[in-house]
Write a protein that binds this ligand. Structure first.
Ligand SMILES: [Zn+2]
Length: 478
């Protein structure tokens, strides 16, 4: 065979280019930027588990909008985008789901493995369906590229501490929006390192987001446009730029997305504004004012209309009901609490239950007078006493008036060895003495499960029975 003597005529070159063009065009992906997901030591199934637990927290803490029309519409857009994820980034374990949060702040977030939440404020702010889809495509990209667990990998979290990571992922996403109620109530966030996505991950989510947009039939430039809309609306006094604080601009974001858009081909005329979108928007606008995330964090989601300025706990508190309801904390624990106690926002894997009138805001901090806080903390040791020492230390450092009284008592929680210690405190709101009892036990995955019971010293006797009953009903599964 002779290869060296071929003629390179212009005609042949053109024919060859055309053949390449014909071959390449139907893929619609010619020239797009390749994306390499970051290193990840977790299994996709871990993402699913982390996301599911964080989703349980989210839905305890945030008011989910129950409106069939709105939800169906957002789900339809979401599913269209999810099915446009390039095959190399699809994980069969993942389940993309889409819910609307009844909050006015411009925000949206997606949890590992697929649960996504879009605030009402975000839908109302978008100027077109394409813009709303843009934010969703960006969020879907973080999930598909497994950025939550990749960040945990980068932070060097031991695998054994997945529950803490779950708390951190949930806490990270909720932290900015829910105002860290748990930390204010005395629990120090132990896993504060995941606070926002890195710039590198942001760029990846922008690029993949643009690619997903094009594949789903949207104009990828609407993703860039939505960033402008968010910036503009956030500056306009409609609440802080929540979304931008967890999704920092990696620099030239608008230009970079438009650059990528130029490499992408969209079949037909891209979807931008639709009649359905305008209909859903006016439906939302007709619903009256949505609460802000701050109001939700202060008041708990069960009674969002009860929002208002800072309130000091009234001190007049209804006696705990003898009827109990069961609360499930992700896959980790279940507990029965009096049915007249509300659960109040906590992040970082904890929840607080308190009766009406037993909590309020003092100088921007949530202060409780009666109730219990239940959760899982990262343990410094696998030894219960050492782990508890570490936890109590952290607790007292954040609360100068909180002083241990006496030593540990031994007991059981859910049939496991447990410790209890009584601490004295001066309530930050009422200035009255109060008794705080901390109960701890180890989880099999290395986390420290705790329950903190608190009541004014004068009422301690009356609350003892309730605290014991709550403690007795705890079931652990981890
Ligand atoms: Zn992002």
């Amino acid at each position: 065979m002779r290869l060296s003597n071929q003629r390179h005529s212009p005609q042949r070159l053109v024919a060859w280019l055309m053949a390449v063009a014909i071959f390449v065009t139907p893929l619609t992906t010619f020239g797009q930027t390749p994306i390499k997901p970051p290193g990840n030591r977790y299994k996709p199934q871990d993402d699913v588990q982390a996301g599911r637990q964080a989703a349980a927290q989210v839905e305890q803490q945030m008011p989910i909008l129950r409106d069939g029309d709105v939800t169906d519409y957002v789900q339809r857009i979401g599913q269209r985008l999810a099915s446009a994820i390039p095959s190399q980034f699809q994980h069969p374990e993942f389940r993309y789901s889409f819910k609307v949060v009844n909050a006015r702040d411009i925000n949206a977030f997606a949890l590992p493995g697929g649960p996504m939440y879009v605030n009402r404020g975000m839908i109302e702010a978008a100027r077109s369906e394409g813009e709303m889809a843009g934010v969703m495509a960006h969020e879907i990209s973080h999930v598909a590229l497994r950025h939550g667990t990749a960040q945990a990998t980068k932070a060097g979290s031991p695998k054994a501490q997945l529950p803490s990571i779950i708390g951190a992922i949930g806490g990270a996403i909720l932290g900015g929006t829910l105002g860290n109620v748990a930390a204010q109530a005395g629990q120090l966030g132990s896993m504060a390192y995941i606070t926002k996505y890195s710039r590198e991950y942001e760029t990846q989510a922008d690029i993949l987001g643009a690619q997903i947009m094009a594949r789903a039939g949207y104009d990828p430039r609407d993703l860039a446009n939505m960033f402008r809309t968010i910036e503009r609306e956030s500056g306009g006094g409609r609440g802080g730029p929540e979304w931008l604080s967890t999704h920092p601009n990696p620099g030239n974001r608008y230009e970079r997305i438009n650059q990528e858009a130029a490499l992408l081909r969209v079949d037909r005329a891209p979807i931008q504004e639709t009649a359905q979108f305008s209909r859903i928007q006016s439906r939302l606008r007709g619903m009256g004012r949505a609460p802000s995330m701050q109001e939700i964090a202060q008041n708990g989601q069960r009674n969002p209309q009860n929002s208002g300025p800072d309130r000091v706990p009234q001190g007049r508190v209804e006696y705990p009901s003898t009827r109990y309801r069961t609360y499930t904390g992700g896959d980790i624990f279940r507990v029965n609490v009096p049915d007249n106690w509300r659960e109040l926002g906590g992040s970082e894997g904890s929840v607080t239950f308190a009766p009406e009138g037993a909590y309020g805001q003092v100088q921007g901090q949530t202060v409780f007078t009666h109730g219990v806080m239940v959760g899982v903390a990262q343990a410094a040791s696998s030894n219960l006493q050492q782990a508890t020492d570490g936890y109590i230390n952290a607790l007292t450092q954040g609360n100068p008036n909180l002083r241990p009284q006496g030593s540990y008592r031994r007991g059981e929680i859910a049939g496991r060895n447990a410790l209890a210690i009584v601490l004295n405190n001066t309530n930050e709101a009422t200035r009255r003495p109060e008794v705080v009892t901390v109960y701890t036990t180890m989880l099999r995955n290395g986390g420290l499960f705790y329950m903190i019971a608190f009541a004014p010293q004068a009422e301690q006797g009356a609350y003892q029975k309730t605290f014991q009953e709550i403690l007795r009903t705890i079931q652990l599964n981890g």
